[in-house]
Design a protein around this ligand. Sequence first.
Ligand code: CS2
Ligand code: MG
Length: 402
Amino acid sequence: MKIVDAKVIVCCPGRNFVTLKLLTEDGIYGLGDATLNGRELAVAAYLNEHILPLLIGRDARRIEDTWHYLYKGAYWRRGPVTMSAIAAVDTALWDLKAKSLGVPLYQLLGGASRESVLVYGHAAGTDLDDTVRAVAHYAELGYKAIRAQSGIPGLAGTYGVGRGGTHYEPAEKGAPPENRWSTEHYLNFVPQMFSRLRKEFGPSIHLLHDAHHRLTPIEAARLGKELEPYHLFWLEDPTPAELQERFRTIRQHTTTPLAVGEVFNSIYDCQQLIEEQLIDYIRTSVVHAGGITHLRKIASLAEMYQVRTGAHGATDLSPVCMAAALHFDISVHNFGIQEYMPQTEETDKVFPHSYSFENGLMYPGDAPGLGVDIDESLAAQHPYQRAYLPINRKLDGTMHDW
Ligand code: CS2
Ligand code: MG
């Protein structure tokens, strides 16, 4: 099963996506997502200039060997660009292998460990009343787990707050939008928000919150402690995680479960967090953490320490990644939850897929491989448009995490 052709498809059906398509001599093709939000063309160039020439003529069945060939062979290891490029190749190879055997991918990953995949949606409002309405809307749509984000009194705009409806897209065309930030305003507001949400929605709905790396460990400890009465499913990215031992401080002070890892790209980024049980959920994704091959290794390490998976699934992860995530989620023993944000209609048309959502749960479907395709002629009608994620400044203008 030799690879005879490889191409990188960059398109913008509402937002930018980078997709790798590998074709074999048998006429079967596989797809992999390589989208790195705001830095898309770096991965496209890495693939086009440095990886594709190495793939032609290789045996598509040798997934593990190809992973190491690209990882060890590059000498320069890790990093989001390299690991997203390797992820795209790895995902496409798994897709190809499952298609060639005529089975949905999860059958090759050990088969289904559960009947469905629990997902959480994003409810966001400009103020508290608006956020209550957004959570109610998601509950009506059947979601059993809802992430709640809200505009903060006294701050003009806050990252994580959508633009109405169920669509949420942080990247913007043109220069990066600038938000203003005050930790004091934020810490005073968030416990009030969850107190209100629990009163309105009762104890059984799962509520989640993303702090988006904006706190210090001791601030995060305070927030976790104050949120304890509201029993969050998780508090996400309370503090930047470059220094993994920072989480010891948070952990000593609070029983609020912690989720981290959407920006990680290898097992080394979360090794200490997992081995010291400093987190409860690991959020690494197929596209940014080296593909299905590497993500399974992270999940296996996490399983030993009772850490569950909770993969990143925002709209900048394409339907190709979403499909791969669902095959991973349904098969891996220590699955926790999957993030899910519906894509725009144009995106769904460019990427027809067999996965489905029903009543707060998702299913990968039984089509061979990933069960997702790309309509290349439609993709060509949506050319790349440069876009950036926002930046965040404190009230005095100092750059801050966002
Ligand atoms: C967020 C994302 O989904 C999440 O939890 O943190 O919106 C994230 O910021 C974007 O996917 C970045 O590309
Ligand atoms: Mg997040």
